[in-house]
Design a protein around this ligand. Structure first.
Ligand SMILES: [Mg+2]
Length: 232
């Protein structure tokens, strides 16, 4: 019986893409970089993903990712790279200005409120996550928010789960369900921590064979069925 849900944030409850695009466009205006075209914006996710993958593999520290992805992005279009650090700060600041919930996410959070403990466990950077969480209203629905930067460990490290469960007063790991879109952080993390996991596979990707996946869903709105049907 699940009494606690640990929610991933990006790509599980909120779609990070529209805010990313809006934020970059706004930064182009702030720094007088000329027109920011759709074609330029289309390149950013690939660069961003590449840098975060290096971070997940432990090849680069997070501080280097935050600026490095913009050094590469600006450089790709022959723009000034000496402003990458300021650009990165402005970008983070503006990210929370645009909110785009994933289909069914807000309704699902609201439907489960008071029936199970709901906690955000995100690997994001506190400076940008805080604004997103507040502006989306998610902070008023969930029972607690854990950002890896504060905890000192990241998903998929077992320690982040240990600290989160301790802080929420949960001593029975079988009562916890991790819900997230990422195999390398959310699902691997739940495997490491020995807790149940639900993979949000919105893109209908192939299911890996080297990870334990207890539930697979294609829409967040399937979560209440899993949680409530686990009750005796
Ligand atoms: Mg995610």
């Amino acid at each position: 019986m699940f009494r606690y849900i640990l929610w991933d944030l990006d790509n599980t409850l909120l779609d990070p893409r529209p805010p990313e695009r809006a934020s970059i466009r706004n930064c182009f205006r702030d720094f007088n970089l000329g027109e920011c075209t759709d074609a330029m914006l289309d390149v950013y996710p690939e660069i961003n993903h590449k840098w975060w993958t290096m971070c997940e593999r432990g090849e680069k520290p997070k501080s280097e990712i935050l600026v490095g992805r913009f050094t590469e992005f600006l450089g790709r279009f022959g723009l000034r790279t000496d402003i990458a650090s300021e650009f990165a700060n402005d970008y983070m600041d503006r990210l929370g200005d645009t909110i785009c919930p994933i289909d069914g996410a807000m309704e699902t959070l609201a439907a489960l409120k008071g029936r199970v403990g709901q906690y955000l466990v995100t690997n994001g950077v506190w400076a940008s996550q805080r604004k997103k969480i507040q502006n989306s209203g998610i902070d008023k629905i969930v029972d607690g928010i854990f950002v890896s930067e504060d905890i000192g460990f990241e998903k998929p490290e077992e320690q982040i789960y240990q600290i989160v469960l301790q802080r929420i007063g949960c001593d029975d790991r079988s009562s916890v369900l991790m819900v997230g879109d990422s195999l390398t952080t959310d699902i691997k993390g739940a495997n490491n921590a020995g807790i149940a996991c639900c993979w949000l596979n919105r893109g209908f990707k192939e299911r890996p064979t080297d990870l334990r996946i207890d539930y697979e869903i294609h829409n967040v709105s399937e979560v209440p069925d899993i949680v409530l049907s686990s009750r005796p």
